[in-house]
Design a protein around this ligand. Sequence first.
Ligand SMILES: Cc1cc2nc3c(=O)[nH]c(=O)nc-3n(C[C@H](O)[C@H](O)[C@H](O)COP(=O)(O)OP(=O)(O)OC[C@H]3O[C@@H](n4cnc5c(N)ncnc54)[C@H](O)[C@@H]3O)c2cc1C
Length: 293
Amino acid sequence: MHGKTLEADYLVIGSGAMGMAFTDTLMTETEATVIMVDRHHQPGGHWNDAYSHVRLHQPSAFYGVNSKKLGSDTLDTTGWNQGLYELATDSEVCAYVDQVMQRQFLASGRVQYFPMCEYTGDRQFHSLVSDDQFSVVADKVVDATYMKVTVPSMRAPAYEVAQGATCLPPNALPRVAGQYDRYVIVGAGKTGVDACLFLLKNGVDPDNIAWVMPRDSWILDRANIQPLKFQQQTIGGFAQEMEVIAQAESLDDLFDGVNASGRLLRLDENVRPTMYRCSTVTMDELDQLRRIN
Ligand SMILES: Cc1cc2nc3c(=O)[nH]c(=O)nc-3n(C[C@H](O)[C@H](O)[C@H](O)COP(=O)(O)OP(=O)(O)OC[C@H]3O[C@@H](n4cnc5c(N)ncnc54)[C@H](O)[C@@H]3O)c2cc1C
């Protein structure tokens, strides 16, 4: 066992979007030194565990750290996001944050990065691949794991799977699609939406897909969350939404008001959603999703 003591102004645990954005601001606005720790082998957090057909739900321009733009502000000319700004893939997000880490953070000499390391609390962490143990002397400890993001590939299903049924995370879809006659998608969030769209895009008959959701979700129209060319419409829409929210007298009232202003979508007009996680779709995607029972 090799014990080492390290020193910096900040100890940041997690190099997902939150840890990267926080450290980026420290780099830009202060002279602080930072030690970053993550159990993944590279920055990017849950994007390292994502399914390969994942895309950001919002335009690339809205994501990432302040000092470096993500994407090239290109409008999609094909597909169900046609006419709207590009959505980064998981590999784009991971490549982008890796560049921020390598070319900005590490190149500055002010950041020390410890991937493949587990933080165990009390300013202590250890390597997952060697005997190295570290103790940190730092003024501030920043927990950038706070969101506790869990994606399906990181855990077993939270329900019993019947004998004979194959239950897989969406990561497996490109490999197994075509081997089965029927698909059941479980869950109404962004991941469920993406799994449905993956199957439909690849020609699976909607009659061979069933979609099970314990609760419906309010969804945002992605056309209303766009930068640059559509900025006026986006900011105007947000302002209008804030007025409705300010006047609401209860949560139900709030959602009724925002829905009435045309800012919210739902899969089925006859079902009142009880979940809101800010996932977005285009109207073309919504039309596709409505083909599934
Ligand atoms: C499929 C999907 C799509 C999304 N799309 C969008 C989008 O388009 N726009 C948007 O704004 N948001 C989106 N989100 C929300 C997303 O969760 C956030 O944008 C953001 O990526 C979360 O970053 P994070 O740093 O909080 O968490 P994470 O990405 O989970 O990063 C936390 C990091 O901490 C590390 N860690 C945790 N505990 C320890 C420990 N004890 N020791 C060492 N390391 C540890 C983990 O390994 C991980 O790398 C999406 C989420 C998902 C799941």
